[in-house]
Design a protein around this ligand. Sequence first.
Ligand SMILES: Nc1ncnc2c1ncn2[C@@H]1O[C@H](COP(=O)(O)OP(=O)(O)OP(=O)(O)O)[C@@H](O)[C@H]1O
Length: 363
Amino acid sequence: MVTKRGDRVPGLHADFRVRRGDFTLDLRLDVAEGEVIALVGPNGAGKSTTLRTLAGLLPPDAGTITLGDRILDDAGSHRPAHRRAVAVVFQDYLLFPHLTVLDNVAFGLRATGEGRAASRRRAQHWLARMDAVELAELRPQQLSGGQAQRVALARALATDPELLLLDEPLAALDARTRLTVRGELRRHLADFPGAAIVITHDPTDAAVLADRLVVIEHGKVVQTGTREQVAGRPRTDYVARLVGLNLLIGDGVDHGVRLDDGTMINTGRTVSGRLFAAFRPAAVALWRERPEGSPRNVWPVLVDGLEPIGDSVRVELIIGARPGGQTMIAEITPAAVAELGLDHGHRLWASLKASEIEVYPAD
Ligand SMILES: Nc1ncnc2c1ncn2[C@@H]1O[C@H](COP(=O)(O)OP(=O)(O)OP(=O)(O)O)[C@@H](O)[C@H]1O
């Protein structure tokens, strides 16, 4: 990240490549001091590989990683994990079962070369900051999930890292604890002066905890931006699903977007080039008979799946009703599913108002 004057913003600057078997991660990532980013992506996208490389557990095959004024990795040089000023909170917290909470927190400091008494004093201080003083003499197995997370965070922050990495920090918690702990974690991350990266599968965690989202797929960054920027204009099917939108791709012609199978999406305005069209599943209406006399988009569709979610049902549809066509989701009520007699393989009609469709360049 470079300012208008050409100065480098302090923080993490990573541009590296690492291979694991057939998989290659090719990543460029800048995180400013005080910034929290959420690293999101489907299974196997390379999130853990990114974390392990930044933490110094996996030397990159090529490229450079710098943090503040330290070079962590560069051609031929590799700083080991304990000398990188990088702290990691692992998904299952990895607290040592045979040590008390206080010793767990002090252990991180001892590992960076700090003396025993100083480590314990500093560990006390961080437990106090995390509202966890009363846990000091307990063992990890006596802690609740939320408490264990606080202790793991105290252990990481006590080492005064310049980069904090959190791997699915809320995944081990039940739904109710998650809500409280998410709020706490947000406060701690806001106070943290260094760069922070949160790996998560959960769009809510990403939205609440991070200033910016970085989406990786197949070992590459595919989209980055604030929650609003990413949610408003998804650029891959994965991102669209993550933010709960349908995403179609085609060519701009006249007043719409023509999909590759010829289906026209009327967008009500003149557009050109390769384009994405995004819209909410709840904006799609389904009909047994073709609806007449409306200015909306009307397409034949084939039901490809049904999934109840909360109070509604998500109906997966193939637009144009031909196998191999692009798919979209309609979100309708269980009553509507019953009334339409919907089932896998049924053909019916879908309609969508042009005003519901967001169109933007795909190139
Ligand atoms: N030790 C290894 N040897 C060979 N390939 C590996 C190794 N570890 C991971 N991989 C491969 O690297 C790719 C990325 O894995 P990684 O664990 O980084 O993904 P991820 O985004 O963290 O996925 P998940 O969300 O499932 O944890 C996968 O294709 C995986 O099979």
